[in-house]
Ligand binder design. Sequence first.
Ligand code: AMP
Ligand code: GLY
Length: 425
Amino acid sequence: MKLLVIGGGGREHALAWRLAASPRVQKVFVAPGNAGTACEPGLSNVPLTDIDTLAAFAARERVHFTVVGPEAPLAAGIVDAFRAAGVRIFGPTRAAARLESSKEFAKRFMQRHGIPTAGFETFADAAAAHAWVDAHPGPLVVKADGLAAGKGVVVAAGSEEAHAAVDAMMVEARMGEAGGRVVIEERLEGEEASFIVAADTRNALALATSQDHKRLRDGDLGPNTGGMGAVSPAAVVTPEVHARVMREVIAPALAGMAEEGTPYQGFLYAGLMIDPAGSPKVLEFNCRLGDPETQPIMMRLKSDLVELIEAAIEGRLDTCEAAWDRRVALGVVLAAAGYPDAPRKGDAIEGLPAASDDCHVFHAGTREDEGRIVTSGGRVLCVTALGDNVRIARARAYEVVERIRFEGMQLRSDIGQRALNARKP
Ligand code: AMP
Ligand code: GLY
């Protein structure tokens, strides 16, 4: 069978690579893909991004099903368009994708369905937002309502920073339209984890847990990014916490979406803050897999991903179980000079290793240029390794990272450190 993966980042490289490992798969098309998916056995890039053209391509090639990586095509209604054209696709409709595409919708949805989340208020008017910040002297977080590629959130150190964030988003419109409305919420304390499930509108199958590293620099300093590295599993998600998340977050989310007439099919990502007592609160929902979380998660998946997605599309996830490699997987992102504000493109990448069983270099912002592989986006590569524990997986990933070079390469040297600290008695 042939499959189609939409997107061109590290998440899509990992997803397509794992799908291609299924004995039932002849070819995985990746649209538009990157230099990594161009070279990967079993994958083939397709230079298309327009939704209707993609649906026509999937129909013509008799693609068995399509999986969507990024949020933008989901928010633009790619699932609705494919279904209207009669081609199979796994993902939420445009209406269901509002769980990610509007933070205000997501917060009010959580409120309506009793899903634990930080207290909040929303604003369309900067003066009202400023007045609210003045009335709430505690630590606050200011978020642009719309999609801002993980960069529309300011965790304010004090009121002055919260005021500045309101002005940047609402007055100077630095996030464009996404910042026309803002959500301001209380700042939560605890340990973060990424909890991703595959959902078939009624049932959810949890994927392996993971932990992202959102800040640009070591020690969780610097600006928020799309994610500079990830580790799976997340030590903070104990079996008890896992059960609570399924019961208190995932089940009411699926029931709530169905009840509101927008049943949720697709990957659903809950970004969680887990307090010292093990109570989870939702920081955000994403209507897709995480990037870079998918890279370590796919390294650990032992089941046939084609079977799982097929079961999800057909509404029989309650009959499925996923098997995971017991080892830890850890991914280190190599980002371009200038990321996240203004990533530089066109730098030649040297020292890419051949694939091995315990380490895979997933490509993101890369393209081929006259036989060389050059940078073409903010996050360039994600070097992902397996090991018997965090320390071993980390050593293996950084051993490969050491050999890769490009001008201005940025990376964190402490991916997995929080997991190591958490494991200490
Ligand atoms: P979001 O895109 O909403 O997940 O926010 C991005 C990052 O900002 C999160 O991963 C957290 O590190 C941080 N963050 C967001 N909301 C809060 C909050 N209420 N309290 C503390 N940190 C937060
Ligand atoms: N790594 C965070 C995200 O995919 O949203």
